[in-house]
Design a protein. Structure first.
Length: 197
């Protein structure tokens, strides 16, 4: 994980605003998650997610990533195509692309051609440096390669800064859902992956 002694955590100044389209100012390597290669990182990754989501938890929003156990982290990683982000050898983030979810309780996720992503987190001290943008670029390209027509996500309807960030990347609000393990209503956002003519 990124060091918290003030050395590597200060690789680049934290941006005062989120620019979802800028390139990372920190060299990032994305690796597809593999239990054999990355199994020892489940606990550090769980801690990273708790930390990354702590500002949302402080607002009273009970995202799964604010409280999940290492076993739940692994389950969520294996539920889709997951990627880990590294700077040098430090684990600094994760994101998971989920295939079509025909049995989801969310009606939009059950639609043909819709894939989604989740368990998206970046080390708290490195957020706002373009790392998330690189990870999103990877997920969008992968979703297109898989033939998906739409890439979707959900987040708390009260997380205005996240909603604005996704809107800048071309996502639109398409509905709402209420998950049984959160204490907020989620807004569903979606982006067309089809080429514009």
């Amino acid at each position: 994980m990124t060091k918290s002694d003030g050395s590597e955590g200060q690789l680049a100044p934290r941006s005062s605003h989120l620019d979802p389209l800028r390139a990372s100012v920190i060299p990032v390597r994305l690796e597809k998650f593999n239990v054999g290669a990355h199994g020892s990182l489940i606990e550090p990754l769980t801690h990273l997610l708790h930390e990354a989501y702590s500002p949302l938890a402080a607002r009273g929003l009970r995202y799964t990533a604010t409280y999940q156990t290492p076993a739940q982290t692994l389950e969520r990683l294996l539920d889709g195509e997951s990627y880990l982000a590294f700077h040098d050898e430090d684990l600094i983030g994760t994101i998971t692309l989920y295939p079509e979810r025909t049995s989801s309780s969310c009606e939009y996720y059950r639609r043909s051609g819709v894939v989604s992503f989740g368990q998206f987190g970046i080390s708290l001290g490195l957020q706002g440096n373009g790392i998330g943008s690189e990870m999103m670029n990877k997920i969008e390209a992968r979703a297109r390669a898989l033939g998906a027509k739409y890439l979707a996500l959900d987040t708390s309807e009260n997380a205005d800064h996240l909603i604005k960030m996704y809107e800048k990347r071309g996502f639109f609000r398409v509905g709402f859902t209420q998950w049984s393990d959160t204490n907020y209503r989620s807004v569903i956002m979606s982006k067309s992956l089809q080429a514009k003519i």
